[in-house]
Design a protein around this ligand. Structure first.
Ligand SMILES: [Zn+2]
Length: 169
């Protein structure tokens, strides 16, 4: 942050807590400690600071703490985007595509469940299940990348997904 941004930051804090602005010499010393912090998170940091009723005793120290909190919260956002790579539902994030074969007729019946491991499916009304539970119940995973191997009668993946039945039989 530049001196002007630093000055505005100190003014906001002093006004909020109804305190006198520190002496110039104090502000200069604080600025030396804080100028490495960019201006971008300052608004966020002020909002966090004001959650506390008391003016922090060590304002430069608290400012660095808040900056570290901001860095952590923003790194997490970058690391966990809205869809992420779940080992169970990699080909269609959040959804498990399975089928069962009718003992009587040999026909394949397709189903889709929300993946209960990552719970990132946008279809909130669908039933949730774990891939391992479906496998234990006898369902077979649809290989969406090689659908011709598992469903020769439906080579078109789009058609296959459209035909999916959404509930347990
Ligand atoms: Zn998943």
């Amino acid at each position: 942050m530049n001196e002007q941004e630093f000055s505005a930051y100190i003014d906001d804090i002093c006004n909020y807590y109804e305190r006198k602005r520190p002496k110039d010499v104090t502000c200069d010393l604080w600025y030396k400690r804080l100028k490495g912090i960019p201006a971008e998170p300052l608004e966020w940091m002020l909002a966090k600071m004001f959650e506390n009723a008391e003016l922090p005793k060590n304002l430069p120290g608290r400012t660095w703490e808040l900056y570290k909190e901001w860095l952590i919260s923003h790194t997490e956002k970058a690391l966990f985007p809205t869809t992420f790579d779940c080992p169970d539902c990699r080909d269609d994030p959040g959804i498990l595509h399975v089928y069962a074969i009718s003992v009587k007729t040999g026909a394949r019946y397709f189903y889709a469940f929300n993946c209960a491991k990552c719970r990132q499916s946008p279809n909130k009304g669908w039933p949730y299940s774990l891939k391992k539970d479906l496998e234990e119940a006898g369902y077979i995973e649809v290989n969406l990348k090689q659908s011709n191997r598992v469903a020769p009668e439906q080579k078109d993946i789009k058609a296959l997904i459209d035909n999916v039945v959404k509930l347990f039989p």
